[in-house]
Ligand binder design. Structure first.
Ligand code: C2E
Ligand code: MG
Ligand code: MG
Ligand code: MG
Length: 287
């Protein structure tokens, strides 16, 4: 009896694995087609500068317009894109398209807003990467000072020597860098001191819990203190409530991003938001 149960279990697991493997293959094939057929779009999430209440930056966030599944978020396909190497092509498209878009907005009079773009480890490890960025900036006409590249702690730590070289080269050309999801990876203090980065983005998981009395508020506060000591700016990520905003303001965070300020918006809505904001600035004397 036990033996036949074992067999049945084995059969069951084999089917599960097989199904999973098939799903993965299907996703990979879908993803290849998505690249060829240009099924990706970018949304943009504004960052608010708390010192002057201006939108200082928008972060490009990729979405997949899947023919059957509708709008698919990055968590559902970026890992697969990374495993299969497809991230290189997707990442290049994101860079090219977001820089083109920001240059276009600037040409229409939107000024003083920077663009933040997320990078994957594989993109960053490509020896041609700095050159590629330089080419994209030349082609699109976006000033390097408008571009901020977001890397995670794992990228920073994967090969610190190489990473530092790449960052220094791009920083010397005017591009800036931020550390995304700060506090969730292997937070090494050595790279913070060593790399010429400009901004720490405190992960949403800490911001979310600032009122929970579980240490998250202390981590936020200490991260901000550390960042300022090192001459870095801080962005609080995932701010959803006025209480979270108040807390971050109180402990000296200079920028916030989150649903309280704005959800990620389509390109069209982003342009409206930035434009409306500009009109508002022109028509209102500063407080
Ligand atoms: P991220 O870079 O940390 O981006 C912030 C994510 O948090 C976005 O999710 C955004 O929609 C979400 N978010 C922002 N504010 C709030 C909030 O107040 N509450 C909540 N609950 N969520 C908020 P999204 O767009 O699903 O992106 C997820 C992650 O996928 C990004 O995290 C980033 O790591 C990655 N990603 C997005 N676009 C790209 C890309 O073009 N290339 C690469 N390599 N990764 C990307
Ligand atoms: Mg990011
Ligand atoms: Mg983040
Ligand atoms: Mg995050």
């Amino acid at each position: 009896h036990a033996k036949s149960m074992g067999k049945a279990n084995f059969q069951f697991f084999r089917e599960v694995f097989q199904e999973e493997a098939e799903q993965r293959l299907a996703l990979e094939a879908d993803l290849r087609r998505a690249i060829d057929e240009k099924q990706f779009i970018l949304h943009y999430q504004p960052q608010l500068d708390l010192l002057d209440n201006r939108i200082c930056c928008v972060e490009a966030l990729i979405r997949w317009q899947h023919p059957r599944r509708g709008l698919v978020g990055p968590f559902e396909f970026i890992p697969m894109a990374e495993e299969t190497g497809l991230i290189a092509r997707i990442g290049n498209w994101v860079l090219e398209e977001s820089c083109r878009q920001m240059a276009e907005w600037r040409a229409r009079g939107i000024d003083g807003v920077r663009l933040a773009v997320n990078l994957s480890p594989a993109q960053f490890a490509d020896p041609g990467f700095p050159e590629r960025i330089a080419n994209i900036l030349t082609r699109t006409g976006l000033p390097a000072s408008c571009l901020e590249l977001e890397i995670t702690e794992s990228i920073a730590m994967a090969s610190p020597v190489e990473t530092e070289k790449v960052i220094r080269r791009l920083v010397s050309e005017g591009v800036s860098f931020s550390i995304d999801d700060f506090g969730t990876g292997y937070s090494s203090l050595s790279y913070l001191r060593q790399f010429p980065i400009q901004t720490l983005k405190i992960d949403r998981s800490f911001v979310k819990d600032v009122d929970a009395g579980n240490g998250a508020s202390d981590i936020c506060e200490i991260s901000i203190l550390l960042a300022h000591k090192l001459g870095l700016d801080v962005v609080g990520e995932g701010v959803e409530t006025p209480e979270q905003l108040d807390f971050l303001r109180r402990v000296g965070c200079e920028k916030v991003q989150g649903f309280l300020v704005s959800r990620p918006l389509s390109a069209e809505s982003t342009e409206q938001a930035l434009g409306a904001y500009r009109l508002q600035l022109l028509s209102q004397a500063p407080e």
